[in-house]
Structure formats: C-alpha cells, structure tokens
Design a protein around this ligand. Structure first.
Ligand code: GLU
Length: 198
C-alpha cells in the first residue's frame, strides 16, 4: 500500500502535500515525490527513502512554490525502488505529471506500441505508460482533457488511483480511480484528493 495526495487552493501546495503524505505513512512506502505547478511549468522532486528526505530536499516544500500539486508515496511493484522509478512521472515534454497507486496490468503491450511510435521511457515502472499515453491522446484530441483521460481509461487494465496535472490546464487537478481507494475533500481554502481520510 502507498499514498496519493493532491491539492489545489489558496495555500502553498507543497507543505500541504508533505503534511498529507506524512499522514499516509502508515500505509508503507519506499520512496516519495511531489509535482507542483509554479505558474509556468510543472516541477518535480522525488527521492528514495523516508518522506523526511523529500522534506529536507525541498526545505519543507518551500523550494517548490505553487498552489496546485500532487504527491505520492510509492510501494514499488514494477521497477526497483530508486529515484527514477519514484513518482510523479512526466511525459517527454514535461507538461503532464502523473502519480499512481496500483498496477497497470497491460503496460508491456501499451509500452511497446508507444515505443514503436517514438516515445522514450526513462523508468521501469508500469505507471510511466500513463503519462505517455495521456500525451499521445492529448495530441489526438487537441488538448481535450476529459476526452484524453477517457481514451486512456479505456485502454489501461488493472487497478489504479491516479492524480494528474496538465501544465496546459493549471487550474485543475484531475483524479480517477478503479479498484484503488481515492477520496475527494473540499474546504474553503482548497480541495484535496487523498488515498485515505487522515
Ligand atoms: N505500480 C506502480 C509502481 O510500481 C505504483 C506502485 C504504488 O502503488 O505505489 O511504480
């Protein structure tokens, strides 16, 4: 088990996400990461080991400004626990960032198709397929995000909770789930997604 937190609102996202991830530590994990939209681009920081390492790396989130973001604690199922395999994962243009809990069972078949189309993968995870597949359908649908996500959902098999940032739609955090937990929380100063209530 492992965790996802996403935030969009009035507060700085990185400290909220780090705090949220710390409340999901009980679920177990081997690495952690954040993706934050800073007003012009999505920045990612990730590290193997305890969440404390990520907190130190980002000075408790202060080096990652922005009010929109997603965070992840990983329990590796595909690809060893290391910094490259830690989430979030990007598409090549770094305009789409993805965190995932669960397993994409048909990722090898999908990966082969994308590699044949010129997509380059950097990690050994099943998750990275989602970032590239979103990129592929985003181009096909000319940036229609819901249509893009629907196309991808129809193609991936397995269990997933996903948090997604699109640099071209920076006022939203997208979330979807199938057979993996993910809840939505709303408050006056921001909205959240999370793997569990704490
Ligand atoms: N299957 C994905 C991976 O190995 C996600 C694991 C998780 O649920 O944290 O990267």
């Amino acid at each position: 088990m492992c965790g996802i937190v996403g935030y969009i609102g009035k507060r700085q996202a990185a400290p909220v996400l780090l705090d949220g991830l710390s409340k999901l530590e009980y679920r177990g994990y081997d690495s952690a990461g954040l993706a934050i939209y800073d007003g012009s681009a999505i920045n990612i920081q990730k590290s193997t080991g305890r969440l404390k390492v990520l907190s130190e790396l980002t000075h408790d989130g202060s080096t990652m400004p922005g009010t929109v973001g997603i965070g992840h604690t990983r329990w590796a199922t595909h690809g060893e626990p290391n910094d490259t395999n830690a989430h979030p994962h990007f598409n090549e243009a770094r305009s789409i960032a993805v965190v995932h809990n669960g397993i994409i069972e048909n990722y090898i078949k999908l990966k082969k198709k994308l590699v044949d189309r010129g997509y380059r993968f950097v990690s050994d995870t099943d998750t990275e397929i989602v970032a590239h597949l979103l990129d592929y359908y985003c181009k096909k649908t000319q940036g229609e995000v819901i249509e893009t996500i629907t196309e991808v959902m129809h193609r991936v098999e397995g269990s997933y909770a996903l948090g997604i940032l699109f640099a071209d739609c920076p006022d939203k955090v997208y979330a979807l789930r199938k057979d993996s937990p993910l809840i939505v929380g709303k408050s006056a100063d921001g909205n959240l997604i999370a793997s569990d209530v704490p």
